[in-house]
Design a protein around this ligand. Structure first.
Ligand SMILES: [Zn+2]
Length: 307
C-alpha cells in the first residue's frame, strides 16, 4: 500500500516575518521511479494548480510505485499576484535555474527547488499554461520523446535551441526524463483541466509509477519551429477568432485580432497569420487589454514538421 504525506520546503523568511515555503505532496510505494511534477512556476498559470490538485486527489485512490512528488505551486509569491514574475524582485523564475543562495528571493527559491526537489528525480514533468489571457496547447520534446508523446498533446515541439534557465533545461542534461507541457490558460476551461490531468496520469502510467497501459494517439504533429506573433502596440485587443481555432490549421494570412487605442478608439494594428497554413498553438480569444510585445499568438510552422 502506498503512502501519502504533505510537507513544506523552507526557502527563507520574508520581510514581514512570514516564512516562504514550497509545498510538496508526496506519494511513496516501494520499488519504482522517482517522478517530480511542478505547477505554477509562473504565478499567473492558475490552471496548473487545479491540475495538480486533481492529480493529488486521483493518486490518493491509486497504488503508487516508487515516489511521486507534486509541487502544487512552485512560485507562491507570483501566484498571489497572478504574475508571471515574482513581484518582489520582478524575476521570472523559469529563466534563472538553477538559481543561487546568494541571489535575490527568486534565485534562492529556484536554488531550493533544484537542490531539495529536482535533485533525486528520474522523471520530471513541468506543467505550464497560457496565463491570464492566452490559451495554449502543446508539449515540448526534450530528452524523452516517448514521455512527451504520452502527454497526448496533439502538437509536439522539439526546439532547436533550449530556453536558458528553465527548470527543464536544468534537469534535461542530468539523465532525468524531462517534459514541459503547456495546457490551457485564459478562461481555464474544464476541457484543459481534464486534458492536463489525463496527460500527467498517462505519463505516470508510462513510467510505471501507477498501474495501467499508457494511451497513445496517432495524430501527433512534431515541429521544430514556432513563430511568435505579438502586437507592436498595446491597447484594447479584440480577437478575430474564437478558442475553437486551437490546435487547428487556420488557412490564409487572415486577421487573427485587432488592437485599438482605448483613448482615441483608432485601430492601431491588425495582427495577421504569418503563413498560408497556420497551426494554432497559442492564442487569445477574449476581448482584453494587451501590452506591446506580449504573448498573443504562437503559430506552428508546418514546413518545420519532423516526420
Ligand atoms: Zn509558464
Amino acid at each position: 500500500m502506498s503512502s501519502y504525506r504533505y510537507y513544506e520546503i523552507p526557502v527563507c523568511y520574508m520581510t514581514n516575518g512570514l516564512e516562504l515555503k514550497l509545498p510538496v505532496h508526496e506519494f511513496s510505494g516501494g520499488e519504482g521511479p522517482v517522478v517530480g511534477i511542478t505547477a505554477s512556476i509562473h504565478g499567473d498559470e492558475t490552471i496548473g494548480v487545479e491540475i495538480a490538485r486533481r492529480v493529488v486527489e486521483a493518486l490518493k485512490g491509486m497504488e503508487v510505485h516508487g515516489k511521486v512528488k507534486i509541487m502544487s505551486v512552485a512560485s507562491p509569491l507570483a501566484f498571489e499576484d497572478a504574475n508571471r514574475n515574482t513581484p518582489v524582485d520582478s524575476t521570472n523564475m523559469n529563466r534563472i535555474f538553477p538559481g543561487s543562495y546568494d541571489g535575490t528571493i527568486t534565485q534562492i527559491q529556484a536554488r531550493v527547488i533544484a537542490d531539495k526537489f529536482l535533485f533525486d528525480l528520474n522523471t520530471y514533468i513541468d506543467v505550464h499554461s497560457g496565463g491570464q489571457d492566452p490559451v495554449v496547447d502543446y508539449a515540448y520534446v526534450l530528452n524523452d520523446e516517448e514521455l512527451s508523446r504520452a502527454s497526448l498533446a496533439k502538437i509536439l515541439y522539439r526546439p532547436v535551441v533550449d530556453y536558458e534557465g528553465t527548470s527543464a533545461t536544468y534537469t534535461n542534461p542530468k539523465n532525468i526524463s524531462t517534459v514541459t507541457i503547456e495546457c490551457g490558460g485564459g478562461p481555464n476551461e474544464p476541457y484543459y483541466v481534464e486534458k492536463g490531468v489525463k496527460a500527467v496520469l498517462n505519463m505516470l502510467k508510462l513510467k510505471k509509477a501507477i498501474d495501467g497501459e499508457a494511451e497513445k494517439r496517432d495524430d501527433q504533429i512534431m515541429i521544430s519551429h514556432i513563430e511568435h506573433v505579438n502586437p507592436h502596440h498595446g491597447g484594447l485587443f479584440v480577437p478575430a477568432l474564437t478558442y475553437d481555432a486551437m490546435n487547428t490549421i487556420v488557412e490564409g494570412k487572415v486577421v487573427l485580432g485587432r488592437v485599438y487605442n482605448p483613448m482615441t478608439l483608432e485601430l492601431l494594428e491588425e495582427i495577421r497569420a504569418p503563413y498560408e497554413k497556420n497551426l494554432m498553438i497559442l492564442m487569445r480569444g477574449n476581448i482584453n487589454r494587451i501590452i506591446p510585445g506580449d504573448f498573443t499568438f504562437m503559430i506552428g510552422d508546418l514546413d518545420s514538421e519532423i516526420r
